[in-house]
Design a binder for this molecule. Structure first.
Ligand SMILES: Cc1ncc(COP(=O)(O)O)c(C=O)c1O
Ligand SMILES: Nc1c(O)cccc1C(=O)C[C@H](N)C(=O)O
Length: 397
């Protein structure tokens, strides 16, 4: 059984900080700096170009992909790392449209992260074949599934509210109507149990700088269902997705399997950092993390609702419909969050009025939750947010 007091020691959290923003950028796992230094000093510094083979750099995207796959219910060889999540959304969507015949509608929801919608808009414009992006309220997705829809593209856990879609049920209903399904797991991987094999979507994508603690700019991942791996079309046909990259042929031939979803040179240092960061999951099951996340989230909701009548829970109250974050609406949410951060309790704010709190059991305790709720109550009830110093908007919020 996981000892969450011990897992906390796997992370470097500054003294006096309660970190409730692991849903945006996970903290630094211990061991990562040593690994980065080793890659630079030993691999790069002494092996130079030979490190691509000797240090296994060329295999990193597949090897790390398998480790991430283990956390999202994907079999070995079905996940590969690379690029950013926005790029992986584009790649999955273009491959999904190629599989979906003459249909023209991409269905998503209004809660989706804007970059996913922007990538769809860009792809539609580039294709110029009359495709259309249709967005409906998250609760209306099921009834919006129809035979004119080509692709259902959803983010599993809503970045603002934490609302979680029923992946298995929506995938099943969509596929029964001939719709190709893509899930964005940005707020799910390492946060909630995901069973890609059981749910059976054609594609999934996600990032690794949130609950997987891979650091700012950590590489994204893409999953392709095993039976489609040799037919899914890699629109981003870079040389490292070629069947024989070092043949340097003039014509592109996609590699067999998931390798075709690679594009160009992998960011070796950042990917090694992620590889080391995944050690924080050694001996930990996602089921235990989920159970603890629910317990801590319920505790936080109860404490905040008891002490802060001006805050309104905007996350689902039912834990089974919620990811691993808790969000409250508050008219003065922006300055209140700044005041909270100034006191060492770090969450974040999403317009227009949402205070977001990521619940990450690997490094958060029940005492942290109680202390964070108490600080929040003091700020809200004593109007400690009502000061010019907290109103000025920062560039990254
Ligand atoms: C659901 C979702 N999709 C896409 C993105 C964009 O990812 P990236 O900046 O890595 O391209 C994010 C976060 O920024 C996200 O939360
Ligand atoms: N990727 C980010 C970044 O480069 C800067 C600031 C925030 C982010 C985020 O990941 C935001 C995140 N996707 C969100 O849920 O709001």
């Amino acid at each position: 059984m996981t000892n969450f007091d011990e897992t906390r020691s796997r992370f470097q959290i500054p003294d006096g900080v309660i970190y409730l923003d692991g849903n945006s950028l996970g903290p630094l796992p211990r061991g990562v700096q040593a690994r980065a230094a080793e890659v630079m000093q030993h691999d790069w510094g002494t092996q130079l170009i030979t490190a691509w083979n000797k240090a296994g750099w060329m295999d990193l995207p597949r090897r790390v992909g398998d480790r991430v796959g283990g956390l999202i219910g994907a079999p070995a060889g079905s996940v590969v790392m690379g690029d950013t999540l926005s790029v992986k959304v584009f790649q999955a969507l273009s491959a999904a449209l190629k599989l979906s015949g003459d249909r023209k509608v991409i269905l998503s929801d209004t809660g989706n992260f804007p970059s996913d919608l922007y990538m769809a808009q860009g792809l539609i414009a580039a294709l110029d074949q009359g495709h259309q992006l249709r967005t409906v309220a998250p609760e209306a997705v099921t009834e919006a599934l129809s035979e004119d829809v080509a692709v259902l593209m959803l983010t599993h856990v809503d970045y603002r509210t934490g609302r979680m879609h029923d992946m298995a049920a929506l995938t099943q209903k969509a596929q029964a109507l001939g719709i190709v399904v893509i899930w964005d797991l940005a707020h799910s991987a390492g946060a909630v149990p995901v069973d890609l094999t059981g749910a059976g979507p054609e594609f999934a994508v996600g990032c690794t700088y949130k609950y997987l603690n891979g650091g700012p700019g950590a590489p994204a991942f893409i999953y392709v269902r095993p039976d489609l791996q040799d037919t899914a079309f890699p629109v981003l046909s870079g040389w490292l997705g070629h069947e024989a990259p070092f043949a340097f042929d003039a014509d592109y031939r996609p590699a067999a399997g998931i390798e075709r979803m690679r594009c160009g040179t992998p960011p070796v240092i950042q990917m090694s950092v992620l590889d080391a960061a995944l050690d924080a999951w050694d001996g930990v099951t996602i089921a235990e993390v989920r159970a603890q996340s629910i317990a801590l989230s319920q505790r936080f909701i109860a404490a905040v609702e008891a002490a802060c009548p001006d805050l309104t829970l905007v996350s689902p109250r039912d834990p089974l419909q919620r990811g691993s974050q808790v969000s409250f609406a508050f008219e003065h949410g922006y300055p209140a969050m700044q005041a909270l951060i100034a006191r060492g309790v770090i969450g974040d704010f999403r317009a227009p009025d949402i205070m977001r709190f990521g619940i990450t059991p690997l490094y958060l305790s029940a005492d942290d939750i109680d202390a964070a709720a108490a600080q929040l109550a003091a700020i809200v009830n004593d109007r400690l947010w009502d000061s010019d110093q907290y109103r000025a908007r920062n560039a990254v919020t």
